[in-house]
Write a protein that binds this ligand. Structure first.
Ligand SMILES: [Zn+2]
Length: 193
């Protein structure tokens, strides 16, 4: 019996052992980050301080996805696309994902068939037809949430944006001040890049 028995020719761990390690590691991350999120949840409302529960909430999602990746091949492929990096900044890998992804520390889940719609509130929901520009734009909204906290972001940006998106022509909607701001911040590095 030699140590070689436990490794494959490329020097990596066997897949089942990797899966098991990720499941256990993911459970630890989800438990710790989930606990901190609950403990700091009121900070979600506070400008700036909201960064803390927004961060731990998304890390809890990362832990959960590490766990699920051991059981679900599609999610595992999505995680491999971003090299298991929750701070992935490859916007194409996010747009190419099937079920889930991470962009600059934010959990992204895909919905629908080919729609290009999306939303950003704590995490990012992205229609399966959404473009890379939409990924950046929704991340811009996430930065607004870090800056303003949900107590300010919700009444002055989230709700007006929902109403505007439902009732205005696309160009009119995209031109609202909070939308132009989200696009701008999604494209350049302020508030955590
Ligand atoms: Zn928007």
């Amino acid at each position: 019996m030699t140590p070689v028995m436990f490794t494959d020719s490329t020097g990596y761990l066997p897949e089942w052992l990797e899966d098991t390690s990720r499941f256990i590691g993911g459970a630890c991350i989800a438990l710790i980050a989930g606990t901190v999120t609950v403990m700091t949840s009121q900070m979600l409302l506070i400008p700036g301080a909201s960064s803390i529960p927004l961060f731990t909430m998304n890390m809890a999602a990362y832990g959960a996805m590490l766990m699920v990746s051991s059981l679900n091949k599609e999610i595992k492929r999505d995680m491999e696309k971003i090299n298991w990096n929750p701070y992935n900044s490859d916007v194409n890998a996010v747009a190419d994902s099937k079920s889930i992804s991470f962009y600059k520390g934010v959990f992204v889940f895909r919905y629908g068939n080919s729609g290009g719609s999306a939303f950003s509130y704590g995490v990012i929901g992205l229609g399966r037809g959404a473009s890379i520009n939409t990924v950046r734009h929704e991340y811009g909204h996430h930065k607004q949430q870090r800056l303003m906290g949900l107590a300010i972001y919700t009444p002055i940006a989230a709700i007006p944006s929902l109403i505007s998106a439902a009732n205005s022509a696309y160009n009119v909607h995209a031109n609202r001040w909070y939308e132009r701001w989200a696009t701008d911040w999604g494209n350049r590095g302020l508030l955590w890049f």
